[in-house]
Each structure stands twice: as structure tokens, then as C-alpha cells.
Design a protein around this ligand. Structure first.
Ligand SMILES: Nc1nc2c(ncn2[C@@H]2O[C@H](COP(=O)(O)OP(=O)(O)OP(=O)(O)O)[C@@H](O)[C@H]2O)c(=O)[nH]1
Ligand SMILES: [Mg+2]
Length: 502
């Protein structure tokens, strides 16, 4: 369930025409947006979020933003004039001229109108917005057409908006306004996608959060070598967003929304004792083209004696969430522990109560990169042991997928353009070489074939050069290595694209 005003936060400016512009013009554009927002809103809630998204996406440096945010606003028209003049003169010399020359004024006024509609304050600020329109020397007729077009879009009547646009705003000078139509169209498409919930569970440290990070292609969730995740965390795919946004919810049910969420935000929420639920929403490039909207649910590692509270959160989450897939991760370096046995017994019981077929649980045997194959450790033997353990726990003919989530996370992060720490760079170099070899191709160890089509179309991707530290790698070879980490088989078993499975 979302907050009433959560929709304001789903602002995306992914394809905003201003992104391609010069830095000065971006600053200028943002400064006007800022002035309008700061006049009308306390910059605490929705408006602050909007500004943060512009800052992040337009890549405005903090020092320039400080110049802008130091300004305050007073009501009358003369002040509008003065502020804009000041800004264009002192801070961003040519902005004013440029915004006129390139027809950005229509985009700017449309942006202002659109978020005022979205924030429900258009009527209140009508006069003020009109004074900006005057300043931008936009003709009355053009202004009312732009307003009408945006109102149609705001009411989600895409067809009427398109028709109106073609009739009244088809001249070249309005072409940038297409951006609004495309944006609303895409967000409606995304909203109407069928959801597909994947819940991930295991005892402590088996690699749940790392597995989700590997699919996200970045270290969003905290993953450590000690009891780590302590909350029920939901990660919702939204291909329209540029960055992760979301909220935390405390024990009294109060929510705190934040735009531009990074791993530090999630880490601090995860450590906060008052918080018991974290909701994150953003783009997952690896999965954005699929027909379904994927939702991952991360849970705390469930070990009976050490972290009773974690166990409780996890069991409640499994009971309450209506998931489509249940993934259980076993740690290849610590198989068949008492904790696993106990948790699995509970899980099987909960599945029976929920009428979720326990034989549909997907089991990952993770951390296989940790085995020393040269020293005689053997992946096949580990998988046989895992199978026996699961059969003894009442799972007939278990679906077992050998994986290395950490390795997949490194590979996918590099492909996604994320930077790595020094240690990760070293790991990457080594793992990239071994995961391109036959011995570490985990697909070769599958006990039975997965039902779906091959997920990674390596032939069709562009073979870019990617630098990691001082060395260069080819993207095809990284993708090949990624497809050998077991992630490919995991994705093949999920019924996410409509083309897969049973
Ligand atoms: N070598 C290796 N390390 C892994 C792999 N997967 C996870 N790890 C490491 O194992 C540790 C625990 O991983 P997490 O993802 O935090 O495990 P978790 O199951 O989410 O842990 P909790 O939240 O505490 O239950 C981290 O240090 C990871 O980097 C893997 O496939 N290979
Ligand atoms: Mg975790």
C-alpha cells in the first residue's frame, strides 16, 4: 500500500531534454524550478524530492546548487523579474537568452505547470505561473494550449492529449513537449504490468542480499559477512525511474519517503531499530524489458538461537506476502546445518498453510566460487549432498541451481557501469578469468535442464570495451562469464517474460 502522496515521488525525468544541454543552461533551468518550488512549498517533502531528482539527473554540482538554494522568494511580480534577471546575470550569464532561442521556454513552463498539477497546487499558484509565462514572453494562446494539453495528460487521457497536441501544438517550437506525452505513456505502461513477486529466504549469510544486488547490478542492499539484513525489504522494479526511491516504515506505521536512495540510505534504515519495513523502487536494467514487473523480497537470515527477532520477521513475511516464487539459498560452504534443517521444516509447514507447493521452491546452492577445485573440492559432490539434504527434508526431486551470487554481482555491476572497490577489482580480474573456463561454468553442473529459453543473448549485444582498474575487458566476455554464474538458470526458471516455463 502506498502513501497518498507517494505518487509525487514517482517523478521521472529520465528522458528530459535538458539532460543533453550545457551545464550552465541546466543550472539556470533548475534555478527557476527551484525558485518556484521554494516559493510554494516548504522544501521538505515532495518539492525537496523533485529538486533532488533534478540535481541528480542534471548532475548539478553542490556548490552551484548552494548559490541557487541560498535565494529566497517574495511574492510580487517585480521580484520574479528581479530574481530571474539576477540569476541570468550573475550566475548563469547566457541562460536567459538561450532558453528563448532554443524554445526551452515552452518546456520550462510546461514543467512548472505539470508538477503544479501533480502537487495539486496549480489553482493556488495560477497567477504566479502566469507571471512566469509573461516573463518568458509566451503568447496567451500558446500558454492556454500547453495548459490544456497537460491537463489532458494529467487526467491520463493519452488519446485526447495526443489529438490535441497534433491539432494545436504541432509546430516545431513545441516539439520538446512530446517528452511529457512519452513520459506519461511509459509510466502507464509500467503501472499496468502484471507483478511477479520473488521472495528470497535462507539462514544467515547465505547470500540473499548479494543475490538481489547481483540482479540489480549494484550494491543497493547491505551484504556483509555477519548477520546483516534485519528488515523485510521490498524491491520493486520500475523501469521509468532513474534512481531508486522509496520509504522506510517504523513500528507505528509512519513512513519516511526519500528520493535518490543509495546503499548508505538502505544501510542506515536497516540499522535503525525503529524501522521494520523498507520499500525501494527503481529500474533493474537486466530485467526492464520483460513483460512482468518483478518484485524481490529480501528477508533477514533466519537462525533460531542467535537472532530470534529476525526469525520472526522472516516467518511473518513469508506468511503474509503473496509471492509467486520462493527461493531458498543454501551456502555451499556450510551445507546441511541444524539451522537450515529447522528453518526448512518451518518453511515447508508455512508453504502447506499457504497452499504453495513446496516442490516449486527453487533452491540455490551458492558461493560455489569458494570451492577449491584444484585442491580436489568438487561441485558435483556438493550438489549431491544438497540434494540428499533436501530430499531428507521432504522435498521430492528438488529444483537445484548452482550459483555464485557475489561473482554475478561483480560482473553485472561492471556491465552496469558501477565502480568497484580495490578488493572487488582484484576479485573481478581473477573471477572473470575462471568463470570463462569450463570448470566454473555452473550451467554444466545442473542436475536437470531448466525449462525456459536461454536468457542472455550474448551474440546480439554490442561488444564494448570496459575498463576495470587499469585493465580493459570486452563486454561480451563479461556477459558470458555472468551467464556462467547460475544467474542465467535462475532467470530461466522464473516465469517473468511470458515466454518461459511449464
Ligand atoms: N565468495 C562468495 N561470497 C558470497 C557469495 N554470496 C554472498 N557472499 C558473501 O557472503 C556474505 C553474506 O552475504 P549476504 O548477501 O549479506 O547474505 P544474506 O543471506 O543476505 O545475510 P543476512 O542478511 O545476514 O541473512 C557477504 O560477505 C557476501 O559478499 C558468493 O556467491 N560467493
Ligand atoms: Mg541480507
Amino acid at each position: 500500500m502506498l502513501l497518498d502522496n507517494y505518487r509525487f515521488w514517482l517523478v521521472n525525468i529520465k528522458h528530459h531534454p535538458m539532460i543533453k544541454e550545457s551545464y550552465k543552461l541546466k543550472c539556470y533551468y533548475l534555478s527557476i524550478i527551484y525558485l518556484i518550488l521554494s516559493k510554494n512549498f516548504s522544501l521538505k517533502g515532495n518539492a525537496e524530492n523533485l529538486i533532488n531528482i533534478y540535481l541528480e539527473k542534471l548532475k548539478i554540482k553542490p556548490k552551484d546548487y548552494n548559490e541557487v538554494s541560498g535565494l529566497t522568494w517574495s511574492k510580487d511580480k517585480a521580484e520574479v523579474e528581479l530574481r530571474l534577471k539576477k540569476l541570468s546575470k550573475f550566475h548563469f550569464e547566457f541562460g536567459w537568452l538561450y532558453i528563448n532561442l532554443k524554445n526551452y521556454k515552452y518546456l520550462l513552463i510546461a514543467d512548472i505547470i505539470y508538477f503544479s498539477l501533480l502537487f495539486g497546487c496549480f489553482e493556488k499558484n495560477k497567477e504566479f505561473i502566469y507571471s512566469i509565462k509573461e516573463k518568458l514572453k509566451i503568447k496567451n494562446e500558446d500558454y492556454s494550449n500547453i495548459l490544456e494539453f497537460l491537463k489532458k495528460l494529467y487526467s491520463r487521457d493519452l488519446l485526447a492529449a495526443r489529438k490535441f497536441f497534433e491539432e494545436k501544438l504541432s509546430k516545431g517550437k513545441f516539439s520538446l513537449l512530446n517528452y511529457f506525452h512519452n513520459k506519461v505513456e511509459k509510466s502507464l505502461k509500467e503501472r499496468n504490468k502484471e507483478e511477479y513477486k520473488v521472495l528470497i529466504s535462507s539462514t544467515m549469510n547465505a547470500g540473499k542480499s548479494t543475490l538481489i544486488n547481483s540482479l540489480l547490478g549494484k550494491e543497493l542492499l547491505p551484504a556483509k559477512n555477519s548477520s546483516c539484513t534485519s528488515k523485510h525489504i521490498k524491491i520493486v522494479q520500475n523501469f521509468n525511474l532513474d534512481n531508486f526511491i522509496g520509504y522506510s516504515q517504523n513500528k507505528e506505521g509512519q513512513k519516511t519517503i526519500k528520493a535518490v536512495i543509495d546503499n548508505q540510505t538502505v544501510e542506515s534504515w536497516n540499522e535503525d531499530e525503529n524501522i521494520d519495513f523498507i520499500y525501494l523502487e527503481g529500474s533493474i536494467p537486466l530485467l526492464d524489458n520483460l513483460e512482468k514487473k518483478i518484485i524481490f523480497i529480501d528477508t533477514p537470515g533466519s537462525n533460531s538461537c542467535t537472532y530470534k527477532e529476525h526469525r520472526q520477521i522472516t516467518e511473518e513475511t513469508i506468511k503474509n506476502e503473496n509471492f509467486d516464487e520462493l527461493i531458498y539459498i543454501l551456502d555451499a560452504t556450510q551445507l546441511a546445518t541444524n539451522d537450515d534443517q529447522e528453518f526448512l521444516n518451518d518453511l515447508v509447514k508455512i508453504c502447506a498453510e499457504k497452499e504453495f507447493n513446496k516442490n516449486n521452491i527453487k533452491f540455490l546452492v551458492n558461493k560455489l566460487d569458494k570451492l577449491d577445485l584444484e585442491a580436489g573440492e568438487c561441485i558435483e559432490v556438493i550438489l549431491e549432498e544438497a540434494k540428499e539434504f533436501l530430499m531428507n527434508s521432504g522435498i521430492n526431486d528438488p529444483i537445484i541451481i548452482p550459483t555464485s551470487a557475489y561473482v554475478a554481482k561483480l560482473f553485472n555491476s561492471v556491465l552496469a557501469g558501477e565502480s568497484l572497490s580495490k578488493k572487488e577489482e582484484m576479485d573481478f580480474r581473477f573471477l572473470h578469468s575462471i568463470f570463462n573456463s569450463k570448470d566454473y561454468n555452473l550451467s554444466n553442473y545442473l542436475m536437470k535442464q531448466m525449462p525456459g529459453e536461454v536468457f542472455f543473448d550474448i551474440e546480439r549485444v554490442e561488444n564494448k570495451t570496459i575498463r576495470v582498474g587499469k585493465e580493459e575487458f570486452k563486454s561480451k566476455s563479461i556477459l558470458k562469464a555472468l551467464s556462467n554464474t547460475g544467474i542465467q538458470e535462475l532467470l530461466m526458471t522464473l516465469n517473468i517474460s511470458g515466454r518461459n516455463k511449464q
